[in-house]
Design a protein around this ligand. Structure first.
Ligand code: GH3
Ligand code: MG
Ligand code: MG
Ligand code: MG
Length: 281
């Protein structure tokens, strides 16, 4: 009945008849909103909700309980678990439609805010905030998986001169081109690239060995050089180049993400010092 009501509103609806089937469905279709019963055979609705809220990938999907349990303690339990709403059966069709509409609109607005706060307005790639969050997540994951992590700090060479020569609008264009070229190189699902600030970019890799890192960072450097963006006042080349500093680490309790960043930054300083347009690791 709910499927019919919501489909008539223009929503795309997928239904599951057990808690575990619902969790599989969420994995495959990543819905904007979940309507969840409480009393179900096997896993109950509270367990389904708790499972979703414990998973960073799904914890922001709003859950509305829709149940025959008409009791303030039950409702409190559902809300305590992180549900946004609790509707008692038999429900009023109009109220369900309107509450669904409200929560979908809130979800839409939250997605916009999340996008605005995690992407850089100039280059459209992830920003520093997004990188910092990703680094914390990846750090935890790598600790559990005994995986290594690599950070590469990238800085455009003589970019102040670029602005002075061609103007800030051309400088902005150059930043967009560099960001686009770096993002194109970073297509593996586990790779991440962000604008760290100004004319600095940062890449995060995992599951890569020393030889792979040498290849990867060299590809990044070359991907900018081959653009041949004219830079007549650069002291390294007649076109725009980047310097890269990279650092490896095996995350554990006695290392920190801060040390990894500091190490990459020191390598970037070395790359600059050794003449720019190069990788140091
Ligand atoms: P180095 O080779 O040592 O890195 O020299 P550099 O000139 O690149 O270094 P510096 O840090 O002195 O200059 C960075 C310049 O980047 C200065 C700043 O005006 C410019 N910049 C930072 N953000 C933006 C931006 O959003 N747009 C433009 N057009 N320029 C920016
Ligand atoms: Mg800089
Ligand atoms: Mg620079
Ligand atoms: Mg600087």
């Amino acid at each position: 009945m709910l499927s019919r009501i919501l489909a008539a509103e223009g929503h795309q609806v997928s239904a599951a008849t057990t808690g575990s089937a619902a969790l599989r469905l969420v994995e495959s279709c990543e819905p904007d909103l979940i309507l969840l019963d409480v009393m179900m055979p096997g896993m109950d609705g509270y367990q389904v909700c708790a499972t979703l809220k414990a998973n960073p990938q799904f914890q922001n999907i709003p859950v509305i309980f829709i149940t025959g349990l008409n009791d303030a303690d039950e409702e409190a339990r559902g809300l305590e678990l992180g549900a946004v709403d609790y509707i008692v059966k038999p429900f009023n069709e109009m109220i369900v439609r309107l509450r669904v509409r409200t929560h979908l609109e809130l979800k839409r607005q939250r997605d916009i805010l999340s996008r605005l706060s995690h992407f850089d307005g100039l280059t459209s790639i992830p920003n520093r905030r997004a990188f910092d969050e990703r680094l914390v997540q990846e750090w935890k994951r790598a600790c559990r998986a005994h995986d290594n992590l690599v950070v590469a700090m990238i800085d455009i060479d003589y970019f102040k001169q670029y602005n002075d020569t061609y103007g800030h609008l051309a400088g902005d264009d150059c930043l967009r081109r560099v960001a686009g070229a770096l993002a194109k190189q970073m297509q593996r699902g586990s790779d991440f690239v962000a604008r760290y600030g100004g004319e600095e970019f940062v890449c995060l890799f995992s599951g890569i060995n020393q030889a792979g890192l040498v290849t990867m960072t060299e590809q990044l450097r070359v991907s900018i050089a081959v653009q041949q963006i004219p830079h007549s006042t650069s002291s390294v080349a007649r076109y725009v180049t980047i310097s890269i500093g990279a650092a490896f680490c095996q995350p554990s309790l006695d290392t920190s993400a801060f040390d990894l960043m500091a190490h990459a930054d020191a390598q970037l300083f070395t790359a600059k010092h050794l003449g720019r347009n190069r990788v140091s690791l």
